[in-house]
Design a protein around this ligand. Sequence first.
Ligand code: URA
Length: 432
Amino acid sequence: MIHPVDLIERKRNGEELPADELAEFVLAYARDEVPEYQMAAWCMAVYFKGLTPAETLALTDAMVRSGETVALGAAIGRKVVDKHSTGGVGDKTSIAVGPIVAACGVPLGKMSGRGLGHTGGTLDKLESIPGFRVELTTEEMIAQLRDVGVAIVGQSANLVPADKKLYALRDVTATVDIVPLIASSIMSKKLAAGGDAVVLDIKVGDGAWMKTLEDARVLAHEMLDLGLRAGMEVTCLLTDMDQPLGRAIGNALEIREAIDTVRGAGPDDFTELVLDASARLLAYSDLGIDVDEGRRRAETAVADGSAYATYERWIRAQGGDPDPHALPEAPVRLAVTAPRDGVVARLGALAVGVAVLELGAGRWTTTDTIDLAVGAVCFAKRGDTVLAGDDLAEVHARDEASAQVAVDAILAAYTIADAAPAARGIVLEVIS
Ligand code: URA
């Protein structure tokens, strides 16, 4: 029998909690036997005192045990790979990576979430495709992985229910940005969802949970450690989220950009991340190849059209219309123009993410409805030279008034300077 007050007090005082007590606490919370206010107080104690590696492991293990687990690789008789991001602005990477690795013969099965706050969610993006079904049963997902090689679906209600509850609570109690809680939240879902290997994209910068490379490294090592203990192969890519990824931010706009990228016409930074993540996933597969060969195969799949053909098969398999012309379009478009000549020194990811959220593309709370067509396309990115009056970006809005607000906010997100900033690639570090 656990006593939540005692556990909160001991964590507040900086004690390490025994694994069995911690597990019982989390499982009781998942069964609604611990009130939200006590779990909230415990999370805040963790914010200040942290968790030891043993506690993080016990928490992760309990979260996995709170619901069902699947073994996708065992079900289809081949290694299944997965990809996950800690969340950013303009991040549609999985939507392009899935068909590329599947075109190379490697199944990618992924359970995704919805967007919250300034970070978008893969499920919302996919739902901007007319007819697309995010809710597949596990049997349907397995069949689709066998037939098409890619399935991206919503997290089933029975998978890691403890995390579902805890993440929602953390979101409204300022306790999301805690490294061991993020690590256990993400890794519990990866472990329960049954992939054999995963590439974790840890975003670093003002639009990410991890603001510094140092924090991102700590998170990477915690997740690698959890993966290792569970026998899952994990690579962490630490990637730049000081500016939006690619050009498009907003659900349907991002799907268009993912399609362009799968067809070989995507923006440079996004293309680089997609090919890098794809190469590493291919190296983890049953193909028996290294990352360099993985890169060559990923590039070939894009160049010869097989990645796009796989995209079309995948979208149709989940009930959607793969034609980019079928995507919803916002009625109002307004340009953001450069106020002076110069070089883009900065384009704040957080500011752009919030501007797009305010347009209606995202949600402040989990019950908000979203506008799938609105968003922004940032043509000018860090290091680009611009002339006064050039289009820096274009806002896609439901009406003129909201468009104008977004134009002002996105203009304020740009810093135009005389000198070019130091060049920086999209992948900042690889830890595996
Ligand atoms: N993404 C998750 O799934 N969990 C977190 O705690 C943070 C980001």
